[in-house]
Design a protein around this ligand. Structure first.
Ligand code: B12
Length: 249
């Protein structure tokens, strides 16, 4: 392990699960001192610094992809782990998200002009009657950071709006978020409406939000459930694989 940046080395100590240590550790191994500094500044939420370092790195000849993978995403991976493990809370995540945005402001125009194929297309929304969107927005941020194109339907999204978005954007995965026990059933209603419209097998439906459990997700016939924003990315990747297999069979 070659983490030369002292601050980042201390941050990496929060990564305690062996699988994650390996995965994130390998990512950090690819990062030179400049990328490690970007990752560290993102973790501590220094948005001006992340913007400045990203611009300097581009001027120095690093590619946008390299900075995204080795700088910003390495930092975001540790932020995600710290958030899940209750080391940091929503305000700190939002501050790191702002730093990610500051870096992405320089990278996005280059990435979109280069026509790199996205990992997949995802539609996300908070279900009808529910106005909570902090968790959904964190999921979206992680998905975009991981290379997905995400269409955000916002809050209070009806079943019809989800199916319209399916027709408009042709996503492989649709994610629904609910924070209220009273709005959770609207996830099931949306799934039923996809069945009624005959489009149920053309897309994978994923659910999440604090009161949602795997058991509840299974009961209402969702294809996937994620407990947090880190899970959301893994679940999305698995669901896309599942959909491809389903379509191939
Ligand atoms: C912030 C908040 C609000 C804000 C929302 C602001 C916003 N822009 O989101 C405001 C003030 C508007 C609000 C309003 C209300 N709220 Co409120 N709110 C909260 C609070 C404090 C935090 C929620 C939050 O953001 N958590 C942090 C995020 C990061 O976590 P998260 O959403 O769970 O998301 C994570 C995971 O669940 C997962 N995830 C989330 N979505 C998805 C989707 C997918 C597909 C996947 C894979 C994963 C995933 O990943 C996320 C990141 O790790 C909670 C209490 C609490 N401590 O949880 C109450 C809480 C959710 N609210 C509650 C209530 C009752 C209300 C109101 C009805 C209050 C009222 N009487 O007016 C209204 C409802 C308004 C409405 N129609 O929606 C109750 C719900 C009770 C229940 N069991 O139903 C709670 C639990 C408070 C309580 N203890 O009573 N609220």
């Amino acid at each position: 392990m070659a983490i030369k940046n002292k601050g980042l080395a201390l941050e990496f100590e929060y990564v305690t699960r062996p699988g994650e240590q390996k995965h994130i550790g390998e990512g950090l191994d690819q990062a030179d001192e400049c990328m490690q500094e970007i990752a560290y500044q993102l973790i501590i939420g220094a948005h001006t610094e992340v913007g400045r370092l990203t611009k300097n790195a581009l001027d120095d000849g690093y590619t946008a992809n390299h900075i995204l993978d080795n700088g910003l995403l390495n930092g975001m991976a540790i932020v995600g782990v710290k958030f899940r493990d209750n080391v940091i809370f929503v305000p700190e995540v939002l501050i790191s998200a702002r730093a990610m945005k500051a870096g992405m402001a320089f990278l996005e125009p280059i990435l979109s002009a280069s026509g790199i194929e996205p990992l997949g297309i995802v539609v996300m929304g908070t279900v009808k009657g529910d106005l909570h969107d902090i968790g959904k927005n964190l999921c979206i941020m992680m998905l975009r950071g991981a290379g997905f194109v995400v269409h955000d339907l916002g809050v209070d999204t009806s079943a019809e709006e989800f199916s319209d978005a399916f027709e408009e954007h042709s996503p492989q995965v649709i994610g629904m978020s609910a924070l209220l026990t009273t709005t959770m059933p609207n996830m099931g209603r949306t799934i039923s409406s996809f069945e009624d419209l005959g489009i149920r097998d053309e897309v994978r439906l994923m659910v999440g939000g604090a009161p949602v459990t795997q058991e509840f997700a299974d009961e209402m016939g969702a294809d996937g459930y994620g407990e947090n924003a880190v899970d959301c990315v893994d679940v999305t990747k698995n669901l896309i694989k599942m959909l491809e297999e389903l379509k191939a069979s």
